[in-house]
Design a protein around this ligand. Structure first.
Ligand code: UD1
Length: 328
């Protein structure tokens, strides 16, 4: 089967290409770095004949620095996906795997001792400034405990990137209903691994810490370092894309958390990388960023049950490799 991979020269896309080829698929790569833009219908028309499925990784990533980024995120991610889906329909292509993100959830899921499941809104500046980092129950203000989030939790996108990732999911669902196509959205958690792009204003924390260590600087851990994430290895994410090509159902969009199922704190991640590289040790700064969510940990159960996908790389093995692996 011939598969078009958009964003094929990028961090995750390049690993997806390798995993697909290993699984016996014929891959056509499509990437801005080769002058190919998903917003360009004519460029898509040149590569889509003969393609049976599209794995859409091309996107403007990161969280966005400020509102000046809104048009570009919307153009590349939302409009670009719309152009791609229209082109797929024109060529009778009935299968899509979409790179989505856990950022569509906003804050994670919590349990309040009095009110049960709770999804707190953004944390108050007064709390953050006083070092109270844990969110509270939106109904009674008491402490809440983080629990794993499932795919059916309501979305709460809080920035340009999250909003456009959710828009991509909605557009894919619309395409699937209209055409009878099969769409699968993979909500990646914090992906890391070889060829991760270096530190930029748009980078995630793993790339920032790894770049700092390479430059001989200490990783700067914000808040109290106990915020939890699920760091999932890029080769596992690539395998999830291969599995997703056989998943889903015609006429609908299926969504899956793609996570390791082994959450860790940001402080633990900094410590693991620093210790593998022999220092410098992380610094706990107590700083905070208003847009950050506190904990976001996923249930990988649906992907395991329906796609047969389970991450294989443990946190210890993955961080050991990532500490020395080349960055892009
Ligand atoms: C990240 C990505 C997001 C992606 C998601 C899932 C960015 C900016 N965020 O979201 O695009 O969809 O993973 O893969 O690319 N922190 C520090 N020190 C630093 C930087 C950050 O301690 O120097 C902390 C932050 O305060 C936060 C945590 O690390 O608590 C994670 O930050 P970050 O990786 O930026 O954002 P995510 O919300 O995890």
């Amino acid at each position: 089967m011939r598969v078009l991979v958009t964003g094929s020269a990028g961090f995750i896309g390049s690993h997806v290409v390798e995993a697909l080829e290993e699984a016996g698929y014929h891959v056509t790569g499509f990437d801005l770095r080769k002058g190919q833009d998903v917003r360009d219908a004519a460029a898509l028309d040149r590569v889509l004949p003969g393609v049976e499925a599209v794995v859409h990784q091309a996107a403007k990533v990161g969280l966005g620095v400020d509102v000046a980024d809104l048009p570009e995120y919307t153009s590349v991610n939302a409009y670009g996906t719309a152009v791609l889906l229209a082109a797929m329909a024109g060529h009778g292509i009935g299968r899509l795997v979409l790179a989505s993100s856990m950022v569509v959830y906003g804050e994670g899921d919590y349990e309040c001792p009095r009110h049960g499941r709770a999804r707190p809104g953004p944390r108050a500046v007064t709390d953050l400034a006083q070092g109270r980092f844990e969110p509270r129950c939106p109904r009674c203000g008491s402490s809440v405990a983080p629990v794993t989030i499932g795919e059916d939790a309501p979305a709460d996108p809080r920035n340009a990137y999250a909003t456009t990732k959710l828009a991509q999911e909605h557009l894919a669902a619309n395409w699937a209903r209209e055409t009878g196509g099969t769409a699968v959205a993979l909500r990646y958690h914090n992906v890391y691994g070889p060829r991760m792009p270096r530190d930029t204003p748009y980078s995630g924390v793993a790339a920032i810490f790894r770049s700092a260590l390479e430059a001989g600087r200490a990783p700067r851990v914000f808040e109290d370092g106990r915020q939890r994430r699920d760091f999932v290895h890029v080769r596992d994410v690539a395998r999830a894309n291969v599995a997703a090509l056989s998943g889903g159902a015609p006429g609908s969009l299926a969504t899956y958390n793609i996570a390791s199922g082994e959450p860790h704190t940001v402080g633990e991640m900094a410590a693991a990388l620093a210790s593998e590289r022999g220092g410098p040790d992380p610094v706990l700064t107590g700083e905070y960023r208003l847009g950050d969510v506190r904990h976001i940990v996923a249930s990988p159960g649906r992907a395991a049950g329906e796609l047969g996908f389970r991450a294989r790389t443990t946190f210890a093995e993955g961080m050991k490799e990532f500490a020395e692996a080349p960055l892009a």
